[in-house]
Design a protein around this ligand. Sequence first.
Ligand code: AMP
Ligand code: MG
Length: 490
Amino acid sequence: MTNGKVEEAGWNLDNSYSRLPKKMYSQQNPTPVNSPGLIKLNESLAESLGLNVQELKSEESLAVFAGNRIPEGATPLAQAYAGHQFGHFNMLGDGRAVLLGEQLNSEHERIDIQLKGSGRTPYSRGGDGRAALGPMLREYIISEAMHGLGIPTTRSLAVVTTGESILRETKLPGAILTRTAASHIRVGTFQFAAQWGTEEELRELADYTIDRHYSDLPSEENRYLSFLKAVVNRQALLISKWQLVGFIHGVMNTDNMTISGETIDYGPCAFMDTYDPATVFSSIDVQGRYAYGNQPNIAGWNLARFAETLLPLLHDDIEEAVKIAQDVISGFLDLYDSYWLNGMRSKLGIYNEEAEDLALVENLLNIMEKYRADYTNTFRALTFDNTDEIALADKEEFKKWYDQWKERQGRQKESKTESVELMKRSNPAVIPRNHRVEEALEAAVEKDDYQVMDQLLEALSNPYAHSPHQSKYCSVPANPDGTYRTYCGT
Ligand code: AMP
Ligand code: MG
């Protein structure tokens, strides 16, 4: 640890969110902690933010990540939001996070810098405002894996320990994650404004959000209708990307869905090993509301809640407004399906479109489900044409499907090599498999050994490389998925 000046770390912060109506947030400083320690620093992310990696390793910067020191330009605040949690509407807000502000990078982009686990806020309800080391490292791993997979996501800049323990079922080491995001504006932020703000305040939030994330909206039609369509479009694309890699968010409450189209809130999320649309890992999701196969429908439901918040802005006549909103929302699943099917074509090395492609994909998925095939490794085996390595190889249905697929690949102008290239770009070799994530967390939290995690992160940073040293991350555990359980808000 070196001494350094926080000004030299390259912070270039503003907090435009603090200029929104006061009821949208509460000014809130992080609660200082005893004896912080830097555990993890995301150097490539830091560089892309215009930060100085060496200075970020100094005592002064550690104090920033710990919430013990407020860098210049920051206006720490906790955001207010509401949300439907498992279908039930609640007032929420940042209960254990503060937004320091937005870092302005050299491309003049604004990137939220948020401390998660930084102490109580007016929205903490009964919670302690703190986070445990294990779950913050888990968020670091999975969010960086999503980034590596090319999926829009919040990211993890740093993890620090607080030197304090927090009480869950047992005593656990406390930690703070510095999270970056295009913004932390959620469907639930609009729900809050629609429920407790005036129409003017709602409009201010919408204008702010459009300016920040959708400044290139077409000008010919109602601006807020264009906004709604654009958000629906980004979410359709995002959810298709989740489905294509087998990512299960686990708690798709409306407060955990961003307006920017980034994945947010890595609580009970996990990747599916065996292909099964009913897969659920979250310990509290007993009904399977957020099961893998339900995610597109739930996204549509959440977007309907978003559209409801915009009704006063869509038309003066409420019935007209409802009609306009319904029109957009009813198109969501078709939009999602088309993104997903295009993604599936790529996973199968197909460049052009044929009407029967959906049936071809569905047949494969049905066979995979029937024989409990590993999702990622099946597509990997198809990519390298070594299907004899997978359990499906000797099944008659699969052999028949395989021949149809090869015929289908023949009906395009692209060569076999081009097909393989497309498949390599579309089928990851490495995903953060549950047993690997647990192994990394156990070494880190129990043994203070960060090598396992660093090696995993290295493999996850380039999941489409298909390099030989990644092969150890491709193997499936003896009892895939079986009893794996994940937890919320830990
Ligand atoms: P999540 O399940 O992470 O989306 O959190 C749901 C809500 O609970 C959000 O308003 C969080 O800020 C809040 N929350 C989660 N954990 C804590 C905690 N330890 N202390 C205070 N609030 C919390
Ligand atoms: Mg949340």
